[in-house]
Design a protein around this ligand. Structure first.
Ligand code: AMP
Ligand code: ZN
Length: 137
């Protein structure tokens, strides 16, 4: 637990939240500023800033809860789809530095954009594959 962490305070009940689900290692609550109705955040009860410093078993417990809640939320809200996302670091849009997964109900006409892909230059995809796979050697 970190004293100045918003989500630690929510888990401890020091700041109110609209809890959807809780188990021994995770806590899920409605996002206060939803992209769509039913937008939910799933957090580990242990404080970890982002994916890099979250132990694998803790991350897996978050994913287990995400998997459980995705179909429940879709069913309850009646959405046509669900986005799952985790922002890591400021450059990727992280604003609260306690790991959290977003479960976002989606509709084909909800007006939100999908990410646009950009093509690789010739030979670039092989180079990128080599750079990343070097990390495993
Ligand atoms: P991120 O940009 O991935 O760090 O997302 C942080 C999310 O936390 C945003 O979607 C906020 O709307 C949400 N948020 C911030 N404060 C609260 C709060 N008190 N209760 C619920 N959600 C919150
Ligand atoms: Zn925290």
């Amino acid at each position: 637990m970190e004293n100045d962490c918003l989500f630690c305070k929510i888990i401890k009940g020091e700041i109110p939240s609209h809890k959807i689900y809780e188990d021994e290692s995770t806590y899920a609550f409605l996002d206060i500023h939803p992209i769509n109705r039913g937008h939910t955040l799933v957090v580990p009860k242990e404080h970890h800033e982002n994916i890099y410093d979250t132990p694998s078993e803790v991350f897996q417990s978050v994913m287990k809860t995400v998997h459980l809640l995705a179909s429940k939320i879709k069913q309850a809200i009646g959405s046509e789809g669900i986005n799952i996302g985790i922002n890591n670091e400021r450059a990727a849009g992280q604003l609260v530095f306690h790991l959290h997964a977003h479960i976002i109900p989606r509709w084909s006409d909800d007006g939100h954009m999908h990410w646009h892909g950009n093509p690789y230059q010739t030979g670039e995809i092989e180079t990128i594959k080599d750079i990343i796979t070097q990390e495993f050697k």
